[in-house]
Design a protein around this ligand. Structure first.
Ligand SMILES: Cc1cc2nc3c(=O)[nH]c(=O)nc-3n(C[C@H](O)[C@H](O)[C@H](O)COP(=O)(O)OP(=O)(O)OC[C@H]3O[C@@H](n4cnc5c(N)ncnc54)[C@H](O)[C@@H]3O)c2cc1C
Length: 383
């Protein structure tokens, strides 16, 4: 049997695409195969993102904030987000929500198989798993099968360990999230804590670094314990959930398509913002554009707009500055948050700013390292 669409990988990007397909009456009867090596039945991650108006997944938003704190050794502020709201969705809620919705459609098949190859032919693409082979008009891939090589020369890694902690007595203000607390040793690269209280007695506390390599496992635990004790002043707590992640912040070329019939989506398609690691909101924009093309009967391979290319260049420039060690992450973000309203920074980081706002952000940063890195990135050929 030939499928209309094969979704290879049913994480954030695969299920976001599936959900939008099934809500579109011109696409919802297509034969769709969803493949993943995992069952996706655990809360393996928490996604945060920001938006101005409620999106498709508003119903499963776990917590939200209109005020975020920024702290460094030189500057501390509580930042009002203006038109934006910062939101958190739990992975398990998202997986269950989309799968439950998909159960209404007998034309959708979910299989748990490990993909070993995906190839593009003239009018179709084939997905090979360990024991089977499936053909589809288009394959939407979010596995790492086509990922470029990540090296210490072309990439930083954003690596983090998060604990959801619960206390007996109220200690948190659930109205205020802590976006970045840079008052930590910066010896391993840009290093900060991220604290998102979801009630007066519960918060996600995440130790995050942008650096070439990951740390020894125990180092994350020690940093979290010290921060909770010394900065949050909490002695008694239980850890109710843990997450660990490594996200590429890369100058390498994540290809958006392979041949005519394989589209890379999610991190695999380059939708992890190189300068911040945020991916959720970029996935939503990409898959909604794919759906618009499919509805019109067009090839879903999308060209990047001029503006998207400009944002890619900004991202690459920041990564190049951090890789060059001419400025630290703490210095860059402190300067930005000191001088620019949070709403403008969020617009910039969401690829939604105006050119004038971009210029105000550039003016808040030291010119020389950014100019040198920016010019190099203009002539640098992605490999
Ligand atoms: C712990 C964690 C926290 C994060 N927090 C945020 C956040 O707050 N905000 C944000 O914007 N981004 C965040 N990210 C980054 C990003 O949003 C996520 O990684 C997101 O899940 C990316 O979506 P994706 O669909 O590209 O990849 P995934 O969600 O990882 O989906 C890929 C799927 O492919 C499957 N797969 C892989 N290889 C194969 C194979 N060979 N065969 C079959 N299936 C395969 C996997 O099992 C997986 O289900 C986080 C990442 C992690 C790891």
């Amino acid at each position: 049997m030939k499928y209309d669409y094969i979704i290879a990988g049913s994480g954030c990007a695969g299920l976001s695409l599936l959900y939008r397909m099934l809500r579109e009456h011109t696409l919802q009867n297509k034969k769709i195969l969803v493949l993943d090596k995992e069952l996706k039945n655990t809360n393996d991650r928490t996604w945060c993102f920001w938006e101005k108006t409620p999106g498709l997944f508003e119903g499963i938003v776990h917590s939200k904030w209109n005020t975020l704190e920024f702290l460094s050794t030189d500057f501390e502020a509580k930042l009002e987000l203006g038109a934006y709201t910062y939101k958190m969705i739990q992975g398990i809620d998202f997986y269950e929500y989309v799968r439950n919705f998909a159960q209404n459609f007998t034309n959708v098949t979910f299989l748990q198989e490990s993909i070993v190859a995906i190839t593009s032919e003239e009018n179709s693409a084939t997905v090979k798993t360990e024991n089977n082979s499936y053909e589809g008009n288009y394959v939407f891939n979010s596995t790492s099968i086509f990922n470029p090589k990540i090296t210490v020369e072309n990439s930083l890694l954003q690596h983090f360990k998060g604990w959801v902690i619960k206390t007996e007595v109220p200690v948190f203000d659930p109205e205020v999230g802590r976006l970045m607390d840079f008052r930590l040793s910066q010896e391993n690269g840009a290093t900060f804590m991220y604290v998102l209280p979801t009630s007066t007695t519960a918060a996600l506390v995440e130790y995050t670094l942008f650096s070439p390599t990951v740390l020894e496992k125990e180092a994350y635990n020690v940093a979290l314990e010290n921060y909770i004790k010394n900065e949050l002043k909490i002695d008694k707590y239980v850890i109710s959930h843990e997450e660990f992640g490594v996200i590429p912040m890369s100058l390498a070329n994540f290809k958006k398509s392979i041949g005519k019939n394989i589209m890379n989506i999610g991190t695999a398609g380059g939708f992890t913002k190189a300068s911040s690691g945020y991916t959720f909101q970029f996935i939503q924009k990409d898959v909604s554009e794919i759906i618009s093309n499919l509805k019109l009967g067009k090839n879903p391979d999308l060209n990047l707009s001029f503006r998207d290319r400009v944002y890619n260049w900004y991202d690459r420039t920041l990564i190049a500055v951090l890789l060059s060690k001419k400025l630290t992450g703490a210095q860059v973000f402190t300067k930005m948050f000191q001088k620019i309203p949070a709403e403008t920074i969020l617009a910039f980081l969401a690829n939604e700013s105006t050119l004038l706002e971009d210029i105000s952000i550039m003016k808040s940063l030291p010119l020389k390292p950014f100019l040198t890195a920016g010019l190099k990135q203009l002539i640098y050929k992605k490999k």
